[in-house]
Design a protein around this ligand. Structure first.
Ligand SMILES: *Cc1c(COP(=O)(O)O)cnc(C)c1O
Length: 416
């Protein structure tokens, strides 16, 4: 579903006019659709209905408490990668038996916090981490439920910065070392081996890498069972891509069709860790055109959102569709422009050489597909307050994070 459609000649989120919203909240503003969020979660829930499963939303994609709360109430769990994300998940009311802890660099303090509340699973990424977790758990007199994140060495065919399942990546335990690592884990007193885990990358638009990876994990689980290491949870990670431009990623149903045969046969509970595919297209970044500028060589549209608000274009060379809020602009002239922000960096752009309906100073533009890795990766660079976040539900909206103030920005600093 696309919750962002033109109504009465204005782009809206569900039934809220983005022009009216901008007038009330100011810009830049992140705007999320509750209905689209819920649909993103439920599509997974339906696709995996025939096996026991938990959809553990990847908190890092968008960690706003309201997003976590909406998904948690609908039945989602959380995939966390830090103590801070554990704090958020708990604060949002996600039950601990639906929380899983991933990431290559968990500290002993973070492990302790997660063991104290009793989470469902630790996805362990190295032998050193395994030994550290064992020590922390024994100190607390508990057993840590563990899956090893195995690196299946498949090429996810995505951007190098978000490919994680290759032998050359820092993530997971190499496939050919996994058996030995499991045998060590099985002998540790502070650890209970319960699962196997993979996550091969993000923004995958082909099904084949998922199929290859799950086949390797399934074969490992069978070998482990022959050695009396009983695996009851298989975590297939996240990574399903979304449509930013012309991509045609697998549907949830196609994704499930690729994964389910191997998983069904194992008789395990399936854990999923989707992030982007739940929130990415449920959100946009609303911005206003400040100025136009023509250097003779190039035309620039200067907006009030910048790389500190949305870093994906400079970081990943990512494409974000840009729509005018005023539908009438779509019938007007078209021009090729760079859309740039106020930050003092040439890398501060949202689009380069983009054919766009001519935008006038004061116009509102919507930067689409910004619900995932948008606000979550934002910063205060150039001492810019982070944007307001708004959650729309039907014809009403809630400010779910107020715009930062200048005082917020210096809180915690000491002037000498
Ligand atoms: C980032 C991440 C995810 C979520 O990836 P998406 O592409 O947003 O679905 C899931 N699992 C792990 C371990 C991750 O690091």
């Amino acid at each position: 579903m696309d919750p962002f459609v033109y109504r009465h000649s204005e782009l809206s989120c569900e039934r809220v006019s983005l022009r009216a919203l901008a007038a009330a909240t100011g810009t830049p503003a992140y705007v999320y659709s509750k209905a689209a969020l819920l649909e993103g979660y439920r599509a997974y829930d339906r696709a995996f209905a025939e096996v026991p499963h938990i959809v553990c939303y990847s908190v890092k994609a968008n960690s706003n408490l309201a997003v976590l709360g909406v998904l948690g109430k609908a039945g989602a769990g959380a995939d966390i990668v830090s103590g801070g994300e554990l704090f958020r998940a708990l604060r949002a009311g996600i039950p601990t038996d639906r929380i899983i802890f991933s990431g290559v660099g968990k500290t002993p303090d973070e492990m302790r916090a997660a063991l104290e509340v009793g989470i469902l699973l630790f996805n362990v990424e190295s032998l050193s981490e395994l030994r550290a977790l064992d020590a922390v758990a024994r100190e607390l007199g508990v057993k840590a439920p563990v899956a090893l994140r195995v690196n299946p060495d498949v090429n996810p065919q995505t951007h190098a910065y978000i490919a994680t399942g290759l032998r050359t990546s820092k993530f997971g335990i190499p496939y050919d070392q996994a058996l030995e690592a499991y045998e060590e884990a099985a002998g540790l007193k502070g650890v209970e081996v319960v699962g196997a885990d993979m996550h091969i990358g993000s923004q995958l638009t082909k099904a084949a890498p998922f199929a290859d990876a799950v086949a390797r994990i399934a074969s490992l689980v069978k070998t482990l069972r022959e050695r009396a290491i009983e695996i009851r949870l298989v975590d297939v990670g996240g990574g399903l891509g979304i449509r930013y431009r012309a991509e045609t990623p697998p549907t949830h149903q196609e994704y499930a069709t690729v994964l389910l045969p191997a998983l069904r046969e194992l008789g395990v509970t399936v854990l999923l860790e989707p992030g982007r595919s739940i929130v990415g297209n449920a959100g946009l970044l609303l911005t206003r055109v400040l100025y136009r500028k023509d250097t003779g060589e190039k035309k620039f549209v200067i907006i009030d959102a910048a790389m500190n608000d949305l870093i994906r274009p400079p970081l990943y060379d990512a494409y974000h569709e840009i729509r005018p809020v005023n539908e009438a602009r779509l019938g007007g002239p078209v021009e090729t422009v760079d859309v740039v922000g106020p930050v003092c960096e040439s890398g501060d752009f949202v689009a380069k050489d983009r054919e766009l309906a001519q935008a006038q100073e004061g116009d509102l533009l919507a930067i689409m597909s910004a619900g995932a890795y948008g606000f979550a990766m934002s910063s205060n660079y150039n001492t810019r307050p982070r944007a307001v976040e708004v959650l729309v539900d039907g014809d009403s909206y809630t400010i779910v994070r107020r715009r930062e103030t200048y005082e917020d920005l210096v809180a915690g600093e000491t002037a000498l």
